[in-house]
Design a protein. Structure first.
Length: 515
């Protein structure tokens, strides 16, 4: 929940990169991410030095690339943010380019996903003046958040705002699922600390981060409502089991993507929030090279609706004979789940009622081989300004038995449906969250209603089968027409005549006044 002042500073940071010669928004975000990562390494390391037995990552000497003797090494203490930020601008740029950046690329195990994907990373900030301004702005943002006593998750707050700026730029085809939609889906699937959680097309890792925050909140002593009305905590300070803590930090979150830049951003996004060893891989989960079936407990995703994919590289194990990405990702998610595993996935609404055989086959998989728990329809405005496609959320458990499917028609998520997506407020000037929390409350209420005249109801599987596995809300919704009585036309005309006479009389009176 950034204040207006903090948002202005984040916007200023973005603008400085834009005007400083890095016009590609994805590159700007990546370079800012590297600086944020350097800052956070210093902050976290200082905090952890209070722990018994902790060895600082800045302890000892660093031997930079090209040096073959230990005597040519440099003290790691000089690689801290708090150390190099005091250097003159030109010296600082040279110090980061030749020493600090190569050092952070080696952090962690040599075989870790972070080190592997940082291998080709490049620090391309071109001007010492831009670097100096960026370092100054990042320090100011952190100081402000510390003053508000909100520093624990500071990096996440303004980093997410920066990622929103990337989406707002409308370039590079990047768009993130809004945080409140992620939070809603996470609440529906309820990930737990011992689950293996995956996203087959993770981008900046927003869904994985949403799951992490949900789990952390169960073990946090400082929970409070976030800007979307969800109870969230900042750190798992009540989690005392070391094995579970290690599992949460290094064996819980798995992501896949085909954009190497977004993989690096996703990895650092998770690491800056406290996940020490996130596992995000460069892999096309629709291709022949991916076959991790029956592995994951929870899958949460908003996979890209890119139309058709290359038929030659589609995984041969797919049952659906199609090149449509939305259908292939749906089957991929089904395959990735273990028996008993649950998915929450965003799809275009066309999947719910598409009439061709392959669409029907995809829906049959959901209804006959899973417990299809919910179909939540969302209007097109939910993903503006990035796309005008109407979407839906499916919640299903692999291997369960579908008895009834719960349908919900969302009209509002607490934001306006135009391109600006402004927050909505009640007459009492309180946040209006629309259907956001109603969806969760009704989904978890076992007494779901069967009245089809309302905006949520249960439909038995048998009826869905007889209607060709159609999963669209309007297929089952019963519209109520309220008869309204009007006066006889003769009386209406008499009233109109009287109104006309009154108007003419008034005009005549006005003319008399201004003679």
């Amino acid at each position: 929940m950034l204040t207006k002042e903090l948002k202005n500073k984040v916007q200023s940071l973005w603008d400085k990169f834009w005007s400083g010669g890095i016009a590609n928004p994805l590159q700007a975000i990546e370079q800012i991410t590297y600086l944020l990562f350097m800052k956070q390494l210093d902050e976290l390391d200082r905090d952890r030095q209070k722990e018994n037995g902790y060895k600082s990552i800045f302890q000892g000497n660093y031997i930079p690339p090209g040096a073959d003797r230990e005597s040519e090494g440099i003290e790691k203490e000089t690689l801290r943010w708090s150390s190099f930020k005091t250097l003159p601008a030109d010296d600082m740029l040279r110090h980061i380019q030749t020493l600090v950046f190569p050092f952070i690329k080696t952090i962690g195990d040599a075989n870790s996903h972070f080190v592997k994907h940082m291998d080709n990373a490049v620090f391309i900030i071109p001007k010492s003046s831009l670097l100096l301004e960026a370092v100054k702005t990042i320090d100011e943002i952190y100081d402000d958040l510390k003053a508000e006593n909100r520093f624990i998750d500071a990096q996440g707050d303004f980093y997410e705002y920066l990622l929103n700026q990337l989406s707002g730029a409308g370039k590079n085809g990047q768009f993130r699922t809004p945080t409140h939609i992620i939070e809603m889906i996470v609440e529906l699937v309820e990930p737990q600390i011992e689950h293996k959680i995956a996203d087959p097309a993770c981008g900046s890792a927003g869904f994985l981060l949403g799951a992490y925050k949900y789990i952390v909140s169960q073990y946090s002593s400082d929970k409070e409502k976030d800007e979307n009305g969800f109870i969230r905590g900042s750190s798992p300070d009540l989690l005392k089991d070391k094995k579970l803590k290690k599992k949460l930090e290094s064996e819980t979150f798995y992501g896949f993507d085909i954009d190497s830049t977004m993989i690096r951003i996703g990895l650092m996004n998770l690491m800056m929030h406290g996940i020490k060893e996130p596992k995000i891989e460069y892999k096309d989960t629709l291709s022949k090279g991916y076959n991790e079936d029956g592995v994951y407990d929870i899958i949460i995703a908003n996979p890209p609706f890119t139309g058709s994919v290359d038929k030659e590289d589609i995984n041969e194990t797919f049952e659906l004979d199609t090149t449509k990405s939305e259908l292939l990702f749906l089957e991929r998610i089904y395959k990735m789940l273990r028996i008993g595993g649950t998915a929450g996935v965003v799809i275009p609404q066309g999947v719910l009622f598409g009439s061709s055989n392959v669409f029907k086959q995809a829906r049959e998989i959901l209804v006959n081989r899973c417990e299809l728990k919910a179909v939540i329809s969302m209007p097109s405005g939910f993903f503006r300004p990035y796309t005008g496609v109407a979407t839906a959320v499916l919640v299903f458990t692999k291997g369960g038995e579908t008895e009834n499917v719960w349908f919900y028609d969302m009209l509002s998520d607490g934001y306006s449906l135009g391109d600006k997506r402004n927050e909505l407020y009640t007459k009492e000037d309180k946040r209006d969250f629309g259907d956001l929390h109603k969806v969760i409350e009704e989904f978890k209420n076992p007494k779901k209603n069967t009245d089809r005249k309302k905006r949520s109801f249960l439909i038995p599987k048998k009826e869905i089968v007889t209607k060709g596995f159609d999963l669209s809300f309007n297929k089952y919704f019963i519209e109520v027409f309220i008869e309204k009585e009007y006066e006889e036309p003769k009386k209406i005309i008499e009233k109109l005549d009287q109104i006309e006479a009154d108007i003419l009389s008034g005009i005549k009176e006005l003319k008399g006044i201004f003679k």
